[in-house]
Design a protein around this ligand. Structure first.
Ligand code: NAD
Length: 506
């Protein structure tokens, strides 16, 4: 019997009551290891009922008690870290150590959210007029939805759930149907940590489930991460239904390599950030931009040497640099891009097509692929490939390299490698990208800063985690209150009568 991954509703695993099922693969072997239900609209509405019922009690729990649940949750995740990482690795295909990194990056945001009582404080101004005080409150939104991608099945659900829960909301999480087990396990751990049943629910599904969340009036906000076309769809549909939305999309992250950079360090950074997790990271570097021909020639040689050494194999094997892609369709899509690059005239330095791992011939593997002489009109430059493919797009000078990163329609992350502070400072100021690394290849901000891309990489005005997350998951109420001073004189003062002029501070 194939295992069915349950929904998780009202504090318990819940079997599907109808609807379709999708396969969950083990990408390392290509075998189906479980099936996941794709919820019907009625099933999703029933989950929202449960969340709606649980939310007021959770909102009324004082913020410090809510934070303590998160504190205990962090301990439980550490207790179960290896099991979680194995489960994640087996469904996603990233290596065991990288799976631990996925979980760790998630709980770092939970750790930040333990400080929520501080972040939820309002503002207060006394004496703004005679006997008048003004103050603001941050109140939870109610029930919020999180719709998350396959590539970080622990981190991104936790980036959404942490601040939403800490702020007193109930959450309906719709994780990726491709690796759905870890989100369910995390929801179970939240219950063990003391979260009341119904406050965090996991419902699996595809477009039908998502559309139900987007159109149900009781969902007050939608946090989404995934590909750009879906991010745009979610953003516009949620907004049309009166919801606030923050939707993060795809990426094409450049690394500018100045002639003064240490090229061995650069090559190592590019190999790790380009091929780690098989390139299935929104902060992967997919475009290397060496400045000047000498830099480009030397870099291409160093990258070719290192690419030839990369070890690709089953995600849970020892000594593997990266594992399989998530699905057969993903392999075919990336191979299609490689062919397109060849057809468009790029120079293929390493071809990962047709790669197999002995004993795992049906696994979804792709060898490391490296292109040189890629130009900005080619599809492999313009589009997100999301696989182990690194392209070298040469720039004649710094201005051209800066313009390439700035003019690209995606604006998630970018890096510059240089030893020159003036160049780095100019780059930081002028580049049109949301997250910048200086001699750092994957500039994912730490939990107490915010994460978000620009242009087609992010829709909405507030970023993930950091203080922005608490602005997103709360609504502000501003109170203007007048209490006569209480002296007999004022208490007995006659009313000045109605005023028909707008109050000002004149
Ligand atoms: P995806 O867009 O296919 O799926 C994301 C979520 O949307 C999933 O839960 C999926 O079930 C749902 N979905 C898919 N098609 C839908 C449709 N037609 N209608 C409604 N919902 C739909 O993305 P993915 O392949 O799971 O993830 C990879 C993508 O995510 C890449 O583009 C990557 O760059 C991006 N990503 C971005 C960030 C970021 O912070 N910017 C982080 C991680 C991943």
């Amino acid at each position: 019997m194939t295992r069915i991954v349950p929904h998780f509703v009202g504090g318990s695993p819940v079997e599907p009551t109808g609807g379709r099922l999708a396969d969950v693969f083990d990408p390392s072997t290509g075998a189906v290891q479980a099936r996941v239900p794709l919820a019907t609209a009625d099933e999703v509405r029933a989950v929202i009922d449960v969340a709606e019922e649980a939310q007021p009690g959770w909102a009324a729990t004082n913020p410090q008690k809510r934070a303590r649940v998160l504190l205990r949750f962090v301990d439980l995740v550490h207790r179960d870290m290896d099991d979680l990482a194995r489960l994640l690795s087996r469904e996603h295909g990233k290596t065991f150590d990288d799976a631990k990194g996925d979980i760790q990056r998630g709980i770092e945001v939970i750790e930040f959210c333990i400080g929520a009582p501080h972040l939820l404080k309002g503002e207060f101004s006394t004496g703004v007029g005679s006997d008048i005080d003004v103050y603001s409150l941050r109140q939870p939104l109610g029930v919020v939805a999180a719709i998350t991608p396959f590539n970080f099945p622990a981190m991104i659900p936790l980036w959404k759930a942490g601040p939403a829960l800490a702020a007193g909301n109930a959450v309906v999480l719709k994780p990726s149907e491709r690796d759905p087990s870890v989100p369910v396990r995390l929801a179970e751990l939240f219950i063990e940590a003391g979260l009341p049943a119904g406050v965090l629910n996991v419902v699996h599904g595809d477009k039908e489930a998502v559309d139900t969340l987007l159109t149900d009036d009781r969902i007050r906000a939608v946090g989404f991460v995934g590909s750009t076309p879906i991010a745009e769809y979610i953003y516009s549909t949620a907004a049309a239904h009166g919801k606030r939305a923050q939707c993060f999309g795809g990426a094409k992250n450049h690394m500018i390599v100045m002639p003064d950079a240490d090229l061995d360090g650069v090559a190592d950074a590019l190999i790790g950030s380009g091929y780690g997790s098989a390139g299935e990271r929104c902060m992967a570097i997919s475009v290397a931009v060496p400045v000047g021909q000498e830099t480009a020639d030397a870099l291409a040689a160093k990258l070719s040497e290192r690419v030839a050494q990369l070890r690709v194999g089953p995600s849970l094997a020892d000594d593997v640099d990266y594992g399989p892609l998530v699905s057969r369709a993903a392999v075919e899509r990336v191979e299609g891009y490689i062919q397109q690059g060849v057809d468009e005239g790029a120079v293929l330095l390493a071809d990962g097509r047709g790669f197999t791992v002995p004993g795992h011939e049906e696994g979804f593997y792709l060898g490391p692929t490296l292109f040189d002489h890629v130009t900005t009109d080619m599809a492999i430059y313009r589009e997100e490939i999301f696989g182990p493919v690194l392209v070298i797009a040469r720039a004649a000078d710094y201005e051209e390299a800066l313009a390439m990163a700035s003019d690209h329609e995606y604006g998630n992350g970018v890096a510059i490698f240089t030893r020159d502070g003036d160049t780095a400072r100019d780059f930081i100021t002028r580049v049109q990208v949301g997250m910048v690394g200086v001699n750092v290849p994957i500039p994912v901000p730490i939990a107490y800063y915010t994460f978000g891309g620009w242009k087609k990489s992010g829709f909405g005005d507030l970023n993930q985690h950091g203080a922005d997350a608490f602005r997103f998951y709360t609504k502000t109420k501003t109170v203007t209150s007048r209490w006569p001073s209480g002296t007999l004189r004022q208490a007995q003062a006659p009313s000045e009568g109605a005023s028909f002029v707008i109050p000002t501070m004149h």
